[in-house]
Design a protein around this ligand. Sequence first.
Ligand SMILES: Cc1cc2nc3c(=O)[nH]c(=O)nc-3n(C[C@H](O)[C@H](O)[C@H](O)COP(=O)(O)O)c2cc1C
Length: 229
Amino acid sequence: MRVGIDDEHHTYLEAGRIAAELGVAWVALHARTAAQFYEGKSDWSTIARLVEHLAPFGTPVLGNGDIWSGNDGIAMMRDTGCAGVVVGRGCLGRPWLFADLVRAFNGESARPLPRLFEVREVIFRHAQLLAEYFENEHRACRDLRKHMAWYLKGFRVEGDLRSRFGMVSSLSELRLLLDQLVDQPYPEAIGDAPRGRTSHGRPVTLPDGWLNDPYEFADVAGDDAGTGG
Ligand SMILES: Cc1cc2nc3c(=O)[nH]c(=O)nc-3n(C[C@H](O)[C@H](O)[C@H](O)COP(=O)(O)O)c2cc1C
């Protein structure tokens, strides 16, 4: 869940408590309101507040928002007391973020940052797995196109080659393009910077009358629980 609709309507503490009372295994909080969308930095203090709020129930809280590196995962758990972290945009084009988190949680300092030639093989494996998943090579390559900009972000890649990756349509073409890349170290600074959507906030559109009475539908847990709209 997010923190709430906007700064005037924070719902996470109550939503978390209701979920805890119903016996959920854990809750995860993206530390932004819906109105914030992806703007600015997520407010990790809300995660700390939820951890405190749900402590009496023993319900673990997972924190979410701006985990770009393994060290961010450690920092979030240290600063908020959350039981674990959830990754969103940070793994776009960087599936090794999970290895980096494991590394950080194990207290190891050397970061597993791949050179471009290693990234190249991750990309090809990604494409192969997509082709198996979709049972369709062309569809897999079309899906891969959006990942290419994320994979290559920060690396020096000639413009024409970059745009051909964005139009790739077969595994053999992908291989030919990948083999034109020039090996280079991982661009660490850019790699840890925000990626994916970073859009500004925007007002939230709510159904008519939504805010009139927060308990209006509170009795749906009656006869038709689980079947209501
Ligand atoms: C590709 C992608 C798909 C997502 N899909 C959903 C979704 O279906 N429902 C949802 O509530 N959040 C979705 N999110 C939001 C993430 O779960 C997460 O809350 C948000 O990205 C903030 O975490 P981050 O700062 O690590 O990106 C998605 C994020 C990404 C990058």
